[in-house]
Design a protein. Structure first.
Length: 163
């Protein structure tokens, strides 16, 4: 009887040596899926935020907005919300790119009018799996996302009204 009890403990220990790493690897995969979904959703929201105000420059054409531009500041504010989710991720702010394309015609500043265009945000987020994958590789896994959002901005008139 005593030998059977010992045999059961050995079988349990052997089984756990196989099952526990598999469960930890599955948890790592779950962190990767959640991190990828969060990065993609926040990139889409960042594109919406970047398109929600005035464009960086009031000239027609396509250009990359500088880091000092308002569309980039709005996009960074949204992307930094990923830190509130409680998952091990980090936004690569150096790879956050905002491209805006303004369509012709651009109305004169004094008359005002609507400006149509598109904003495209590209972002990269590093996900750090906390268990097996992270321990074995000792590095993060990069998740890239790209979303565009159309916008119409109404340029206010600066012309003085005559009585």
């Amino acid at each position: 009887m005593r030998n059977r009890h010992g045999q059961s403990l050995v079988e349990l220990a052997t089984g756990l040596l196989v099952v526990i790493p598999i469960l930890l690897a599955l948890m790592d995969c779950a962190f990767l899926v959640v991190g990828a979904a969060a990065a993609d959703n926040l990139c889409r929201d960042a594109a919406r935020a970047a398109a929600s105000g005035p464009p960086g420059l009031l000239t027609a054409g396509e250009r990359t907005v500088s880091n000092a531009g308002e569309p980039v500041k709005r996009a960074k504010t949204v992307m930094n919300r990923i830190y509130n989710l409680g998952i091990p991720v980090k936004v690569r702010e150096s790879e956050l790119k905002v491209i805006e394309k303004l369509e012709n015609p651009i109305p004169p500043n004094d008359l005002g009018g609507s400006i149509n265009g598109t904003v495209v945000v590209s972002s990269t987020v590093d996900v750090y799996p906390p268990f097996i994958i992270g321990v074995v590789t000792h590095q993060s896994i990069a998740m890239r996302s790209r979303h565009g959002f159309p916008f119409t901005y109404v340029l206010p008139t600066t012309a003085a009204m005559e009585p």
